[in-house]
Ligand binder design. Structure first.
Ligand SMILES: [Zn+2]
Length: 325
């Protein structure tokens, strides 16, 4: 992959960084301001990320040590993986949402993560083998994020400045509970992170530390929250920039409506656990990790179908089963 840095406005650039899996790339954004460079998201922790970030900055006569502020959209490795490394190199101040800070603390408690993961997925139909595989993945995946401390939490309603530019944060929980977008209202620039993507819908997963969090409901609500904003261009973390935010939001909402109907339809054949249902809806021929994503996606829909009174939940001793009542 060549060095990819693209100006999106005056002193505002998009940098494309590599990713070892799935989408193969993640976009981060920089704003050059009077005292240095503000970086929005960081890429995943691997040697190539540092190299490409350094090369991209070099192409505009800057370096990683110029980064004095880091702003994170959400606590996923491809978005915050090297924040700790950059901070070490440049002393950058790391900003996130207050919920982001809490989620980081939760995930530092490795034993609690393992016990929440095990009990949730056993109850929803995964075998002990697949759960062990998942726990191993989680342990390996920790290396994708360099540990870091959060210096400042950002609040909705505040206006933040970078030189003569200003931006606000838009809390957009759904993909994760801590997700925020960065909105440069005067310029009509929305850094949408993973909230609104041009080609895919972000995976929705339960927050195992907060069973009351409703990912799908929050996500749809947060889509409505950004709908209608004066936005000239949406700059996502994955995929190309696009102009028509509202049309994309309508597509994503329609997609989730269809998926809800497919899950309800699949349930017609009698009581099933969430994993069984996910195989009916998403197929059985999936890599192990995708099976877990499919189960998560199915589960977040089941939560809402139940609240809408369309399905019932039978809490067995070991497993949760769903029926159409
Ligand atoms: Zn993400």
């Amino acid at each position: 992959m060549q060095t990819l840095i693209k100006p999106i406005a005056d002193n505002f650039y998009r940098i494309t960084l590599p990713m070892p899996f799935r989408l193969r790339h993640v976009h981060v954004y920089i704003v050059i301001h009077d005292s240095g460079i503000a970086l929005f998201d960081t890429g995943i922790n691997m040697a190539d990320t540092f190299t490409k970030l350094g090369e991209s900055l070099h192409a505009i006569g800057r370096s990683v040590t110029d980064i004095d502020r880091i702003y994170i959209t959400h606590y996923h490795a491809d978005h915050c993986g090297i924040a700790g490394g950059i901070k070490k190199a440049s002393g950058a101040i790391i900003h996130t949402s207050a919920i982001g800070k809490m989620i980081r603390q939760h995930h530092n408690n490795h034993d609690a993560v393992a016990s929440h993961v095990t009990s949730f997925y056993l109850r929803h139909g995964l075998s002990a083998d697949v759960i062990n595989h998942l726990l191993k993945l989680i342990r390996n995946f920790r290396r994708a994020t360099i540990p870091y401390d959060i210096d400042r939490c950002l609040s909705a309603g505040n206006l933040y400045t970078l030189g003569d530019r200003s931006f606000e944060i838009l809390p957009t929980p759904g993909h994760t509970r801590d997700h925020i977008c960065y909105y440069f209202r005067d310029e009509g620039i929305l850094l949408s992170g993973d909230h609104v993507l041009p080609d895919i819908t972000p995976n929705l997963s339960p927050d195992l530390f907060n069973p009351d969090f409703r990912p799908l409901k929050s996500f749809l609500h947060a889509l409505d929250g950004v709908k209608g904003l004066p936005v000239a261009r949406v700059w996502p973390a994955h995929g190309d920039a696009f102009a028509d935010l509202d049309a994309r939001i309508e597509e994503i909402k329609a997609h989730h409506q269809e998926r809800s109907e497919a899950i309800l339809h699949a349930l017609g054949s009698g009581p099933q656990n969430a994993f069984q249902l996910s195989m009916t809806v998403f197929g059985t021929d999936l890599p192990e990790f995708d099976k877990i994503l499919a189960l998560n996606e199915t589960y977040v829909h089941l939560v809402e179908l139940k609240r809408e009174g369309k399905i019932e939940e039978a809490n067995g001793e070991k497993q949760v089963l769903y029926t159409t009542g």
